[in-house]
Design a binder for this molecule. Sequence first.
Ligand code: HEC
Length: 141
Amino acid sequence: MTVSFKSMASWAILVLILMQFVPLRRINPPADSEIQLPESIKHSLKKACYDCHSYETRWRGISYIAPASWLASSTVSSGRAALNFSTWNDCNWREKKMKTTKLGDVVSAGAAHQPPYYLWQPEAQLTASETRALLKWLTDF
Ligand code: HEC
């Protein structure tokens, strides 16, 4: 049996359309125990980290189109599970201490943490001075 390019293309389009109907958890619950931060630190974390580590995700155009939306929603779910600034005050001091140590490692790593995101969203990357300020703040935390 030979399959024409036209029929393959039609199937591919149909599958892409059907993919759009898979339900996703693309929601931002209320952030009621948010971390308290100095204004400049908050600005940096909101810019570079909040999309995956808070309930204040800025869902952008691409995150509404399957299959990119599947990747976006699963990355945000695992990001929030690992660290969530919106529920920070629900953690005990031991958890906070552990997360703060890891924060330092990730901030130092820069765009090596989640390269596809920072490639897609270069304006979300921390500048050298924002990175320095964050690392300094973390040592006093
Ligand atoms: C595109 C989504 C995304 C962005 C943006 C993002 N992260 Fe993450 N982060 C994740 C995911 C997913 C995980 C869990 C899996 C992993 O460790 O890679 C994670 C894990 C972490 C962890 C836990 C690491 C561990 O070893 O347990 C820390 C700390 C962290 N991120 C800090 C940050 C900081 C700080 C920023 C901003 C500078 C940031 N992340 C930006 C998605 C993201």
